[in-house]
Structures are given as C-alpha cells and as structure tokens.
Design a binder for this molecule. Sequence first.
Ligand code: PMP
Length: 526
Amino acid sequence: MNHYLQYCKPSLSAALTSIGLDKVYHRAEGQYLYYSNGLGAEKQVLDLLGGYGAVLFGHNDPAFRQQAVDLLQANTPFHHQFSIRNGAGALAEKLQPLLRKETGWPEPFRCAFTSTGAESVEVAIKHSEMSRGQKLELLSKQSERALEQLGLAFAENTTLSLALSEAQAMLHPELTNASSDQAIAYVSKHNASVLQQPPVFIALEHAFHGKLTTSIQLTHGIMYRQPFRRLGLRTEFVSIAQLERLCHGDTTWLDRPSLLLPKKTKKGLVLEEVAIPSVAALLVEPVQGEGGVYALTEADAKVLHRVRDMLGCPLIADEVQSGSGRCGSFLAGSQIGLKPDYVVLSKALGAGLSKLGVVAIRSGQYAEGFDILQSSTFAEDEMSCQLAAAYLDRLAEDDGRALSTVRELGEALLVALKELHQTYPDVIKDIRGKGLLLGVEFQDQDHAPAHLIRTSAYQGALGYLLTGHLLNEHGIRVAPPASAGNVLRIEPTILLTQQQIDELIYALERMCLALRYQDTGYLMHF
Ligand code: PMP
C-alpha cells in the first residue's frame, strides 16, 4: 500500500484514486508535471493549476533554481533569528514602491513576514485586534474619566439626576430612579462589559482565507468551517449588497455596542453614547479563488471603502492568490481602485520555490510594538526573501513585460472560453476571472438523466469528475476551487502558448459534448 495513503491522507487518497487523480509526480519542469503510467512510460501533464497560484513562471524556473543552488552553496545563513536580517529588509524595501503605487497610499508599509498564506492572514487578524485593543484602551480611559466627573457632580449636587432619552430608559430601566451610587455602578459595569466584547470580523460570501484555527473562521465554505465552529472568532459573511445597505443605515445584522459616557450639557446630565470599534477588520479577496473565482468591481471597491470609513476598521486585501502578478497587475485590487490598509501576499511571491508570506500594513495603521509580539521560526529566512526579491525583479523586467504577458494570455484564454460558453450555454453557466486566474462554472446537473453525472453533481463533485477526465484523457491538470465543486479553476503559468489554449478548448469542447449527450462512458473511460 502506498505510504501516503497509509500514513498521511487515507480519505483523500481514496477519493483521488476513485476519480483517477492518484498520480505520483516525479518531475516538474516549466508547465509540465510527469508521472509514470506503471508500464514504465513517462506521461506528461500540462499543469494548468500552477500550484494553485504559487507558480507563475513555471515549475523549477531555471534562473530561480540556480539562485537557490547558489545561495545554498554559499552557506547562506538560514536560521539567524534575533538579528538584523538584511534579506527581509531588502525585500520589504523592494515592496514599498509597488504597494504605494498600487494601493494609492503615500506612506510606507511595515512588513511582517510569514511562511504560508493562512499564517499571513492570521498575522493580519492578530494585528487588527491589537490595534482595536489600543483604541479600546483610550476609550476605557475616557470612560473612567467621565465616571470620575459624574461622581464629583453627584457629590456637589445631591439632587442631580441623569436625563435619560426615551430609548435609554427602555434599554437601561435600572437607571430610572437610580441613586447616584447605583447609576455610577451601572454605567461602570455596562462600559466594562462593552469593552470586553470579542471582536467581529466581516468577510464576503464565498470568502477563503485559509484553514488554520483562526483563518478557517473567515472561510465561508461550510464543509471546512463547520467542524471547527466552536473554536471562536465571530465572523459575519456578507454580500456587497448587504454592505451597501449598511452604509444606508441597515445595521440589523451587525451589533454596534456603545459606551455610556456621562456628560454635563445644557439639558442636564446626559449619557452620551459612543460606539466602540466592534469590528476588527473587513477582509476581501479582490479576485476570490477558492470560493469559485469571483472578481470584485470598481463599484464594490467604493462600497468597501465607505464601510471601512464608517466602521473605523482596517480593510484587509487578501491577495494570497490573486496578487503577486497572477491577475495581470502586482495587486489585483489596483485594477478596481481598491485602497486596502493591509495587503496579504504569499504563494507566487516565493518564485515557486520558497514558502513565504507577508502582511504589509500601512504605517498610519501600524500598532506600535506588534513586531515584538509576532515572530515565527521560519519567517524572514534569507533564501525565501532573496528569491522573492528576484521574483519582483522578474516582474519589473522590460517595463513589466511579464505582467503584460499575463494580461494578454489571460485575455486570449478568456475570449476562447467565452466562445465555448456561447456554443454550449446548456452545459457552461459562466466564465469568470481576471488575468491567469479563471473559472468555468457548469450548469446544474442535479436532474441530469445519466446517473453518474446526476449523483456527482448532487454531491457537489461534478468538477472533480471532470478533473479526472481531463487529466486521464487529455493530460491536462485543472481542479475545482476548494469551495465550488461545479467550477473548474484554470490557473496556468506565464509560459502558456496559443497551441495549449487550443488544446484546452478542444478537450473542454469534447467534455461539453459528453455532458450535453450525457455520455458517461466517455467521461469515465480511463
Ligand atoms: N487566502 C487565500 C485567498 C488563498 O487562496 C489561500 C490558499 N488557497 C490562503 C489564504 C491560504 O494559503 P495557504 O494554503 O498557504 O495557507
């Protein structure tokens, strides 16, 4: 029995076997992966998954590989934590002009390095709560001062009482006819409990922000989140339309607790209500990958900015998959004018060879002291940072030729896929995406006449069935996004050629015909 199946992923391996995806790849070069067919022949697979976005220039790009070899041969330090790390510093400096230009913020960005996408999201979340905590500290002091003043006012004038609004009298009946001591004790307890409330995070429908214990709470796909729902972190998953309604005063889905701050006014002694920053962060992916390949628009970006300003929380752009050039600009968000306060990058930034992530926080939002609290053994290693710096240089070469290639190839692929959609509207529901992050959504097959197609659609697994078919019949590797089983995600490398686009379209067309005529024999004949 294969050891991977035996010791690592028994359930997943069984699933891979059932749909013909149980390949053992022994070599990866450029756009291709290679496996042995069991009869001694090497089979070549065109990889259109690009390491789910981590491989933009192809597998084992010769220049990046040589750089890694040179760094190893030069005995470059890997583990020199707790020192001044020049590689991390140089990479952070190289990121500055890109981040400023693409976010529109004129200020520097502070960079916290990590090893993976989910870790980066967790660092961003942690920072947002630290900075919310600092704001709450100030409010707590304000509350203490106001209560002291209230005590003095009551001492000076024993007949003084609180002038409550109608709503306050209803919400806080204990305050009506309360003695001065009772009023002070009540307001003090109320404020202390409001300041203790856990933060709320807002994420979008279809969001995917990782699978660690905190980031999983921000990932919408129920299958991944459900078993861990008791672990905490309150997240509201919303649509842009819901956020727009929030801007117009519909706060039904969002608690906005307020402190009660006693204040002397002409009307007497009143309780001013000051909303606390209850939302720690608003998270978005400018192009959602795992949720089904959905791209935000310019209008969406405007709504997100309004909500950020209204709630006083940072806007976090999770560009782990969409960023680092994948969508045709360094940040996918820059194409829609998105102005995030934090940018999270990982995947492709590691040049396809290193595991690295970064959370870049604009300095105006940086919580002083965070860098002392946050560290990770493998973060900031010299090799990853130098490879990432070389990756940024490659993107910038020849006036950004790589990025224009991504845009051109993406456009050619999109046009070809849209033509296919027009020919097979009964099979293909939608074509979406940006640059080299595209998705093909299939029509619902829940009522398909063919049993196999119907049951796999019913289990949300149609995309997996089609993935097995494309790999075995056509030697093309794609896969559904993590939370959208009826979508095929196409994430090729920059080496893609027109001939390969034609090959993909040919394979997809045959597959569309098989779905149209419910030919399960063709789909499953491997
Ligand atoms: N955020 C986004 C947008 C992602 O696409 C992913 C991975 N698909 C992650 C976070 C998590 O990254 P990792 O798998 O490296 O933890």
